[in-house]
Design a protein around this ligand. Structure first.
Ligand code: ADE
Length: 413
């Protein structure tokens, strides 16, 4: 065992624990209630320190836990090692997994025959509905962490193909308003700085997609001094981007001007051959969306450009006409593959929602149908109240007169 690596991971986990005050508070209560006694929880999340603390709290509250990564590049090996050695968590993940290893690790999680699943991107849930249908009768419910996963699961539910209830953790306000926006906003540039050590100020930076993640990336890019262009397919979001002060145009026009392109759409084929034909020499591209299909590596290879690693997390692709294009982290989630993921305080709130949603599933799964459910409003509010407390902020409370005023439609001004 690599002792130095283990100590590094342990320190990262302890640092996360120190700053995950909401999860600690909720976790303490779950432990006192022995909330997950006997529950088998299979998890596929990004294996890094904050996720580690979620797994540890679930185990402390009585769950048997297995954890794999939901992305072949996002594992922090030091944390994976410490989770196994210091916390007794069964972890199946390493950085730079190939496809076989990735799916092998998801299979190892499923070997525990879980009752509950916590997924990020819905790969584990998809496997349960395809090659491991034999395990479906065991599953009482699942939580899904991210936009991309929720989109897949809603499509499954719409076709009547979902075989257990799923809580859309992503749709909780205390998740997407902060994790997707401020989390992705900051962690994308953590990945950028770590991968490239290049300047953002003064560059033309194209953000593809103006959902919550794109909004966060554009906001932080502007703050770093970039000249930001947003590309969108949704006209309402496009207007929002304009009014937030960005230029808006189709990707084919944006690509001609871009020094940096960051995609965060959750859709595929954002950068394809037609865009690569016009991109400037030296353009650096990265993806903050869940899957590595936003920037087409197939198009690059079809154009005769092969990857050459020029930094730890950067590949150079030289096109036949001599233009060089740089791709961060193989087009996978740049904020986790090249950075340390979202800030601790952000994942504190997201994983507090995860823990409470799991408790909800454990208590109420028998009342739920095979549908995608929103996180109950009171769980969102509980996390909001606790988070506000940890920030040392207080807010006003409605007086009885104000409450009556809001409830009474007959009362005028
Ligand atoms: N850390 C753990 N899970 C994460 C996620 N989904 N996004 C960013 N950072 C994370």
């Amino acid at each position: 065992m690599d002792e130095e690596l283990r100590i590094k991971g342990k320190r990262r986990l302890e640092w996360a624990e120190t700053h995950m005050k909401v999860l600690n508070e909720i976790g303490g209560r779950l432990v006192r209630d022995n909330a997950f006694e006997g529950a088998k929880v299979g998890m596929a999340l990004h294996v890094e320190a904050k996720t580690g603390m979620l797994a540890v709290w679930l185990a402390r509250a009585g769950a048997e836990v297995r954890l794999a990564s939901c992305n072949p590049l996002s594992t922090d090996d030091s944390v994976a090692l410490s989770l196994k050695e210091d916390y007794g968590i069964k972890v199946y993940a390493k950085k730079w997994e190939n496809k076989e290893e990735y799916y092998g690790n998801l299979a190892s999680v499923l070997e525990m025959r879980p009752d509950y699943v916590i997924d990020d991107g819905a790969d584990l849930i998809t496997i349960l509905h395809t090659s491991r249908r034999d395990l479906l009768p065991n599953i009482k419910g699942a939580n899904e962490e991210t936009t991309t996963g929720v989109i897949r699961l809603r499509a499954m539910a719409k076709e009547g193909n979902l075989n257990f209830p799923v809580i859309s953790v992503n749709d909780a306000q205390m998740k997407h308003l902060f994790d997707n926006r401020y989390g992705t906003g900051q962690s994308t540039f953590d990945g950028w700085m770590n991968a490239t050590n290049l300047l953002v100020a003064g560059k033309v930076l194209v953000v593809a997609g103006y959902g919550w993640c794109g909004r966060g990336i554009a906001m932080r890019a502007k703050g770093l001094g970039a000249n930001v262009i947003v590309t969108e397919v949704d006209p309402v979001r496009a207007i929002e981007a304009r009014m937030d002060g960005y230029r808006v145009m189709p990707m084919i026009e944006a690509a001609r001007q871009a020094d940096i392109i960051i995609s965060a759409t959750g859709c595929k084929d954002i950068i394809t051959r037609e865009h690569l034909e016009v991109i400037k020499d030296g353009c650096v591209m990265g993806n903050s969306g869940h899957f590595d299909n936003e920037i087409s590596k197939t198009a690059l290879s079809e154009m005769g450009a092969m990857p050459k690693r020029v930094r730890e997390f950067v590949d150079e692709y030289r096109l036949p006409d001599g233009r060089r294009i740089f791709l961060i982290a193989e087009g996978r989630l740049m904020n986790l593959a090249a950075g340390q993921g979202h800030p601790v305080e952000i994942m504190d709130m997201s994983f507090a929602i995860q823990a409470l949603s799991l408790e909800h599933l454990v208590k109420d799964h028998s009342k739920l149908e095979n549908k995608v459910y929103e996180v109950p409003r009171e769980l969102d509010e509980e996390v909001a109240r606790l988070a506000l407390e940890t920030m040392g902020s207080k807010i006003d409370v409605l007086t009885p007169v104000q409450r009556r005023y809001l409830d009474d439609w007959q009362e005028g001004t």
